[in-house]
Ligand binder design. Sequence first.
Ligand code: ADP
Ligand code: ADP
Length: 221
Amino acid sequence: MIRLQNIEKVYRTDTIETLALNSVSLDIAKGEFLSIMGPSGCGKSTLLNIMGLLDAPSKGDIRIDDQKTEGMNDKQLAAFRNKKLGFIFQSYHLINDLQVLDNVELPLLYRDTTAKQRRELAAEALEKVGLANRLKHFPTQLSGGQRQRVAIARAIVGRPEIILADEPTGNLDSAMGNEIMEILLNLNRNDGTTIVMVTHDENMAHKTHRLVRLFDGAQVQ
Ligand code: ADP
Ligand code: ADP
């Protein structure tokens, strides 16, 4: 589903050059739930951003669903990303002056959908994460765990084949973190969604199919 070959990422400024990823190769199968662990600064977010086509590698190849994304222009890349991928971040990244339902509808604005379809799909996604009773709330009126559930609803509303999650439980206490993890496990088991999750939590990582450890930009196992 996702194939990375010899990915290298160098961040350059006038004065410094950082090798963030050093020849990382990774094959992620359809339906797999993979976690990525490693110390701060080892390249986890960089790797996830490259998989999510949010950032380009300095060298190496990426294929998603057997399609090469190299050479796509920004518009093609955005459309491909919107169709194939859902993103979840540690800090939720919700829009605070939009109601929950409107936040979840956002990814559908780039699709050929009517307002009514968008409402229905967003309400369905919110029901799936247990928030059917919070449609008209604003994000600031919700707990951290609920906000992350809104973010998951937004990530799944377009039925992506792949979810990329950057420390989705990092800001949550263990009870709320476990709830979020259960939702992700169910999406993987029931819908066959491929999930790649960065985490600092060994317990969460051990619930997934496979754990990849990064150290200093390279894969250690
Ligand atoms: P992690 O997610 O594992 O904490 P990151 O992928 O964020 O690590 O960062 C990997 C390395 O790349 C770090 O050394 C970091 O300082 C560097 N880095 C990340 N983003 C940038 C950037 N935009 N410019 C320069 N260096 C960066
Ligand atoms: P952290 O928690 O480490 O501060 P986040 O999890 O908030 O970082 O974000 C991870 C990465 O995704 C960052 O490099 C950020 O620039 C990028 N990012 C965050 N939100 C979005 C977004 N809505 N669209 C695209 N990229 C984003």
